[in-house]
Ligand binder design. Sequence first.
Ligand code: KG4
Ligand code: ZN
Length: 336
Amino acid sequence: MLSLGIETSCDETGAAIVEDGRVLSNVVSSSVHLHKPYGGVIPEIASRYHVAYITGVVKRALARAGKKLSEVELVAVTKGPGLAGSLLSGISFAKSLAYVLRKPLVGVNHLTAHLYANHMNRSGEDRPRFPYIGLIVSGGHTSFYRAEGVLDYRVIGRTQDDAVGEAFDKVAKILRLGYPGGPVIERMARGFTGHGRTVRFPKPFLGKGSLDFSFSGIKTAVLYYARGRRLTKKLISEVSYAFQEAVFDVIVRKALTACKRYGASRLVIGGGVAANRYFYNAMAGACAGAGIRLFMPDLGYCLDNGAMVAALGDELYRNGVVSDYGMTAEPNAEIA
Ligand code: KG4
Ligand code: ZN
């Protein structure tokens, strides 16, 4: 089945063509440059960008896949969670397309789609089998799930305050590194050799065995440390390193706890922060030591994209899921 996926939950306008679980094209146009001066995403700017760019992005996705609009057999779109206005621009566009093409419309959950990025383009042993422990690490979420099937997820742990990506973004702001924080903090941290280390931040474990997270304290610790100090490149590198090390150590250890508690031998991770190489290496090492099979998306599919939406839409449709034209944005949706 030829599926068109549309993703507009935040500041990335994404469209992709997926055929039977294989990605033929994946086009993402980001409005991040417009948000940079504000140090975070401005919802109104993001929505307007989606409206202005979605047609071009879909056209490009079709062209790159070598397909015509009339060949599309299914229109999948992110219905939430995300920014209300942003979601609505994608949903309205998808509804119109599905209506004109007289093809099924499938609204998908953004969090499920991030996890599903591990299923698409893969087969055999490379494709995760259910059940598994799911972990979303993104700008809006940091949660553990017990996944029993593509329509069966249960939350088993979540952040009590900031999401991990949000913490990266806030720390980057404190260090005057701009937005988004993840990639630049990872880069700065790489500049620290580890030699003569003096900075350490508290690791918020929230009690033995807890699967919940809290990242607001560590962000405040960075703020207090940076206050009154000259932000030299060396200091920024060391703080970035210490922050990243503390945050990821907590996540890695909790992930092992979650797998052990539920007797899971598979861990599946999704979301923008999964693009972090330090995180990947730390997680891969820990999972290898604990006999857990780790699945993380290919780099291009960690951040928001239409491919994971198209692929999940196809899978859901094959499971009998179809949306009607009454579908609307679900900004605060949980995983589903
Ligand atoms: O999944 P995503 O594209 O959007 C949401 O659904 O939230 O994730 C965006 C988040 C941002 O907070 C960004 O700073 C973070 O992912 N991020 C990273 C890296 N690349 C993006 N965090 C850490 N290291 C990275 N390399
Ligand atoms: Zn996302």
